[in-house]
Design a protein around this ligand. Sequence first.
Ligand code: G1P
Length: 298
Amino acid sequence: MSKVVRKAVVPAAGLGTRFLPATKATPKEMLPVVDKPAIQYVVEEAVAAGLEDVLFITGRSKRPLEDHFDRNFELEEALERKGDEERLGLVTEPTELARIHYVRQGDPLGLGHAVLVAENHVGNEPFAVLLGDDLIDPRDPILPHMMQIREEHGGSVICLMEVPAESISLYGCAAVEVTSENDVVRVTDLVEKPEAAQAPSSYAVIGRYLLDPAVFEVLRKTAPGRGGEIQLTDALRVLATMPATEGGGVRGVIFGGRRYDTGDRLSYLQANIMLAAERDDLGPDLRAWLRDYVAKLS
Ligand code: G1P
């Protein structure tokens, strides 16, 4: 079995109900973060880490997502006629990013089920899973470090971030043991979205995973968990207790960089403001306006 991670799986079958009515006819993955669909940041992150084979797990009404990563000859011709090279580049860029594949999830049975749907495409090799709601700042890449840990130890590698106690119920939470490496822990157990009082630590699971293919067999046996869904967290829990010879073992890399959450309305707005405020083109004007606006608010 190859030890090297080559493929990325991006679950994108969710209904996006938190953003209705915007997501009635538009997939939530296509909502712009500043001026680019959220999902393009995720694909760019995978590609930057060397993962040029990307499998989207989609569902009904996700056509715009496929169109975004495909050619648009009409638009390309119009921009060519105008000699607008810059915008032409923006149109063709998503097409040339990666080898993109699609498979439909069918029944929406949860994240664990979405990952299981990838089995045929992934085969017997380790792979990455990137969740679209988590946007990792391109200046703070984490996948390369996770890949290095996977190459050293095998098994699966998850990404953890310390969050305040009141937020832990929004995430999977890991029980951990320290290792000789400062920002790497051994994961001994996991709980999906625990109440603060029941949380085994303040380490939240962020939507970046490197999974051993042993996860497929485990997922097949995983019963619906929290919310009646087949949870990836529950499968990781089993992997954490399995021997390394069977593809078990889960390590966590502690992420200390910039991460934006585009999964709910407030954090989505914050992500847009933070990312735009730091850009060279929009930043200076936005920051000046923000200062003025905030001063008037208080
Ligand atoms: C999923 C996972 C959860 C993880 C989170 C990260 O939850 O089930 O363990 O912490 O992604 O964003 P979701 O936010 O899809 O409900």
